[in-house]
Design a protein around this ligand. Structure first.
Ligand code: ZN
Length: 201
């Protein structure tokens, strides 16, 4: 849990930072800023540090002993919002995650995908690691036969700094059968509507 001391420490640091850049933290417009920033960081943007995804994820048992054996089909969840902070610049990157997996005995409720993505993205991240962590977690926790995660995101550090371009970064992680089965991987990517250049090979 975050203690009152933690909030106060961050507030103090924001106040110091305002002084360093030549601002007066006591002036009208800034007086509440350190408090707002410390709440925003600890309670929203970086809240992922406080949760263990395993603690509140409920799994559903499928009536089939093994979904893959029974159907051999995949499940795809599209457009799960990603909101994260890049660890290199502490600036936001945001976009969408698309997740495909092949369940065995367990399936995940639809709302759980947002929770998984949130827990891993609401901390300091790089997009590549975030994509891997989501794929690894689903593989391990759901005991999936395979998992494929695509994240497409805009990085404000690229937008606001040197390059000043609206570049979209697309990352892909494949696990299990998706790593071996080219047809399956292409099927998932085309169902997700991801650009053809990702399907090539
Ligand atoms: Zn960055």
């Amino acid at each position: 849990m975050v203690s009152t001391k933690d909030y106060e420490k961050v507030e103090w640091l924001v106040k110091e930072f305002l002084r360093v850049i030549g601002e007066d933290p006591e002036r009208e417009g800034l007086r509440e800023t350190p408090r707002r920033v410390s709440r925003m960081l600890l309670d929203e943007l970086l809240i992922g540090y406080r949760y263990d995804p395993k603690e509140f994820l409920k799994l559903f048992e499928h009536e089939e002993e093994d979904y893959y054996e029974a159907y051999g089909d995949l499940v795809i969840v599209k457009d799960v919002a990603v909101r994260s902070l890049c660890e290199h610049h502490l600036l936001p990157f945001f976009g969408y995650a698309h997740i495909a997996y092949i369940p065995t005995k367990y399936i995940l409720g639809l709302s759980k995908f947002s929770r998984i993505v949130n827990i891993f993205s609401r901390k300091l991240q790089v997009q590549e690691r975030l994509t891997n962590q989501i794929a690894d977690f689903i593989m391990e926790y759901v005991k999936a036969k395979g998992c494929l995660v695509v994240i497409e995101a805009i990085h404000t550090c690229a937008l606001l700094r040197g390059v000043k371009e609206n570049l979209k970064l697309i990352t892909l992680s494949t696990r299990g059968v998706f790593s071996k089965d080219q047809r399956l991987r292409s099927e998932a990517l085309s169902l997700m509507g991801i650009g053809k250049d990702l399907i090539r090979e």
